[in-house]
Design a protein around this ligand. Structure first.
Ligand SMILES: *Cc1c(COP(=O)(O)O)cnc(C)c1O
Length: 851
């Protein structure tokens, strides 16, 4: 029998345990080890059984135990000390408080947040990254407000049936059993966010607040009595359904999210966000709600657009076209022909998301394209991904070289306190005197090789124990009433070289590349002297049968008798599993099809624990691999077809494992230590940890993007939006005149037979049509000339105005130093210039010399 409704009756803790309630109510427990240890003391067995979820734990312990704790002076004192520590953490000035000019508030929108395994509101990397962003923002003291949706079923739970086929279940979450509260008005009434829809119906949502350290996360939830039955299901699942269901989720996230922020600001009296950061395009509608508000203040659409752009940052996360949301334009149009956004015309909305460039589909509303048009600043998530994104979205800035496309990059990072195993933290504390594993001297003798190796072994053993339990539990689940077979207790070995591979299973990640040559893999796994073992996990999207077939292939191989103790597939990859998996592996394997892995973060989490990476040079590894921190699988870019490429890359991977990795791992001295390997571990910990930490990422966002965005936003909004009105007018004028702007003629002189040290004088005659010389930037663009006259190593130097007579072309001049021998080429480029532009390519307008 299934219940049709459920709820949780919250425990009333004895008053003496107030401090415990306070600690459970703030999600800092998800990464604060001392707080986790306190909860574990309440009931160590239940704590493990309940997935380290303090709220569930407090609900499950019996009242006798609670009374006992209430009378335990030491426990109470420890809880109170931790609460005092939490209070200090929430209030004391941190890094951000030392900055000048920083935004008073930043809103961070994401469709998913991965914070703790007890709160499955994430499907993979994007969500975990968002969770890590909030946690580091909290640690650094950012006044950040997170905005997302509360999904009743979250992402699915994965089981594997006896045929190796993935089965999904969607366990319902009970919001009352989670550490969050409904946002309420002063009079206690719950805040309701409302969106008028088509056909006169209305979508309502309540707003949950979660406290993630210093950060407040607002989550919108439509499962309330105020909604028609069908609309209650809008936030039923993460990425459930397609088309219209998904559009409704995104309208709620973007538009409803901004409305939730306004309610929060009104009720708490805290500052309104100056900067809006959208984590991928899903939340893109947020810009439209803000435009609508500005129109209500008297601005036109295009004036409002300037203000919104100034304060918006768009982060793109995928170079895979299928990863980008594209809706039927006619569907979007229907939703915006309502009262949804007062003052905003559906045509203006559609123009923002239209793929009106060569190769685009004009019937589609593209959320990434809209995201880029609504944001003055944009970035990809690794250097390589930035470059790929500039190529991929280059059509939006026609006439510019890919290198000039205004999309920068901030390489992702991971929240070290969440992802560093407590054993590593203890080692750092005991030997190096700090809890911060990302900033300590791992090359120091204060940590001996023997100590480091013993911690590495202990982490491997933890994983082996966890994997055995999971394999047995999964078997029992599929074979109810029968005990798990004996051999399962001997799966994996805590002394064998352990390779981990876990991720979502889209095709480009190539889950089964390792099966390319099964005999070769079998030989590696069963090598009598230097065996290798593999721990694998990953979920396929429920609608992706080809992904499920890959999992099946792997599960079937792993069931074969001669290898089943050396290769396991662990069902239901999630944060809880991941926290043991990364530290327990010696090698973290990643073999995506380059360049489709935008960044990849699991390898970063492994590295923080001293695992070495074995990866295709894609995403973050492309910029951080240095020959000592792991191995690079060469990409066979020149291969004739996909199959040949797979074959070449798989062979290269086997070769590395067989000839380099296994020999080094098993090369032991008389103390049984692999000295060379340990040097690689120390090098990885010392050099990668600070770089891979989310603190580095978040501070880069602050300094390079949030602060400039806040400044731009203030500059454009001052004097009752006067600058925004001027900018909108100026853009319209420049755009109208631009077809007649041209570089008429370029003279150069001064060098007969050029040699290094000479200067080249350039004089450009530019037709400005109705524009003035101040409206443009005239650059000489120079570099090495390659075949086909393409410039490489490109530099820009502005020319200065020499003369501009009425009705004539304007003359600009300057000199370029010839600093290097060899081929030299140059041209002259004109772009619009205005102090409120962030980038010369911003308007997508350019005129280049033709001769
Ligand atoms: C880190 C993480 C991911 C993302 O890993 P990628 O390397 O980016 O694919 C996915 N799921 C879980 C549970 C994670 O912890």
């Amino acid at each position: 029998m299934k219940a049709i409704r459920r709820f949780t009756v919250r425990t009333v803790l004895p008053e003496a345990l107030d401090a415990v309630s306070a600690l459970a109510a703030n999600l800092r427990w998800s990464w604060h080890e001392p707080t986790r240890r306190l909860f574990a003391r309440i009931d160590p067995i239940l704590w493990d059984e309940l997935d380290h979820d303090p709220i569930a734990l407090l609900g499950a312990v019996d009242s006798a135990r609670l009374e006992e704790l209430a009378g335990d002076g030491q426990f109470i004192a420890d809880a109170q000390a931790l609460r005092a520590d939490l209070t200090a953490y929430l209030e004391e000035p941190r890094w951000y408080q030392s900055l000048e000019d920083a935004p008073q508030r930043i809103a961070y929108f994401s469709p998913e947040f991965g914070i703790a395994s007890a709160i499955p509101q994430y499907s993979g990397g994007l969500g975990i990254l968002a969770g890590d962003h909030l946690k580091s923002a909290s640690d650094l003291g950012l006044p950040l407000l997170g905005v997302g949706l509360f999904y009743r079923a979250g992402y699915f739970r994965q089981a594997i049936d006896r045929d190796g086929w993935q089965k999904e279940t969607y366990p319902l979450l009970d919001p009352d059993g989670l550490p969050m509260q409904v946002l309420r008005e002063g009079d206690g009434a719950p805040v309701l966010v409302t969106l008028p829809l088509t056909g006169g119906s209305q979508l309502h949502a309540r707003v949950w607040q979660m406290h993630v350290g210093r950060v407040v996360l607002l989550l919108l939830d439509t499962d309330i009595a105020e909604n028609e039955e069908e609309l209650r299901g809008v936030t039923d699942r993460l990425y459930g359904g397609g088309g219209e269901h998904r559009l409704l989720q995104e309208l709620l996230l973007g538009i409803g999210g901004v409305r939730a922020i306004k309610a929060h600001v009104r009720i708490t009296g805290s500052p309104a966000p100056e900067v809006f950061h959208t984590n991928e395009g899903h939340a893109g509608f947020l810009g439209l709600e803000r435009i609508s508000d500005l129109i209500a203040e008297g601005l036109t659409f295009s004036e409002a657009l300037q203000v919104v752009r100034a304060g918006t940052l768009f982060t793109t996360h995928t170079p895979v076209p299928a990863g980008i949301d594209r809706f039927d334009a006619s569907l979007v149009e229907r939703y915006f022909q309502t009262d949804l956004l007062p003052g905003v015309d559906a045509h203006d909305v559609l123009a923002l998301g239209r793929e009106d460039y060569p190769g685009g589909d004009r019937g589609v509303h593209n959320m990434a394209v809209m995201g880029l048009r609504l944001a003055q600043r944009a970035n990809g998530v690794s250097q390589l991904h930035g470059e790929v994104s500039r190529g991929m979205f280059g059509e939006l800035w026609p006439g510019f070289d890919a290198a000039d496309v205004p999309i920068t990059s901030v390489t992702n990072g991971v929240h070290a306190p969440t992802w560093t195993d407590p054993l590593m933290v203890t080692l750092a504390k005991d030997s190096l005197g700090t809890y911060d594993t990302t900033r300590c001297d791992w090359s120091s003798d204060a940590v001996s090789d023997a100590q480091l190796w013993s911690v590495r072994r202990a982490m491997r053993e933890q994983l082996v124990t966890d994997a055995r339990e999971r394999v047995a539990a999964a078997w029992v689940e599929e074979n109810p009433g029968m005990a798990a077979p004996q051999w399962m207790t001997g799966v994996l070995d805590p002394d064998v070289l352990t390779i981990g591979f876990a991720r979502r299973v889209p095709t480009y990640k190539r889950l089964t590349l390792m099966l390319h040559d099964q005999d070769r893999l079998r030989a590696l796994l069963t090598d009598p002297e230097r065996p290798v073992q593999l721990v694998i996990a990953g979920k396929s999207h429920p609608a992706d049968d080809s992904g499920k077939a890959l999992i099946q292939k792997l599960v079937q191989f792993a069931a074969e008798h001669d290898v089943r103790e050396r290769i396991v597939f662990l069902p239901n990859y999630d944060i809880g599993m991941a926290r043991l998996l990364y530290p327990g592996t010696d090698i973290w394997l990643n073999n995506p099809l380059r360049p489709f892995e935008a960044c990849g973060t699991s390898g970063m989490k492994a590295a923080l624990n001293g695992s070495l990476n074995l990866s295709i040079l894609d995403g973050w590894w492309n910029e951080y691999y240095d020959g000592e921190n792991g191995w690079a699988i060469p990409s066979a870019d020149a291969a004739g077809d996909g199959a040949e490429r797979d074959a070449l890359e798989a062979e290269a991977m086997y070769d590395l494992i067989e000839h380099q990795i296994a020999p080094r791992f098993y090369d032991r001295d008389d103390e049984g230590l692999p000295r060379r390997w340990l040097r690689n571990i120390r090098h990885t910990l010392a050099t990668l940890s600070p770089e891979l930490s989310a603190d580095r990422m978040v501070s880069e966002y602050v300094e390079r993007l949030y602060v400039p965005a806040a400044r731009a936003r203030r500059a454009i909004s001052g004097e009752s939006y006067g600058p925004a009105r001027d900018l909108a007018q100026w853009k319209a004028r420049v755009t109208a005149e631009w077809p007649n702007v041209a570089v008429a003629h370029v003279e150069s002189g001064g060098v007969q037979s050029p040699q290094v040290g000479d200067e080249l004088t350039v004089r450009a005659h530019v037709e400005l049509a109705g524009l003035s010389a101040d409206d443009v930037l005239v650059d000489v663009v120079f570099g090495r000339a390659r075949d086909g006259d393409e410039l490489a190593d490109v530099h820009h130097m502005p020319l200065t105005l020499e003369a501009h007579e009425l009705g004539q072309s304007a003359t600009f001049t300057g000199t370029v130093p010839l600093a290097r021998s060899g081929s030299f080429g140059y041209t002259v480029r004109v772009t619009p210039c205005h102090e409120l532009l962030a980038h010369p390519a911003e308007l997508g307008l350019v005129a280049v010399a033709e001769h």
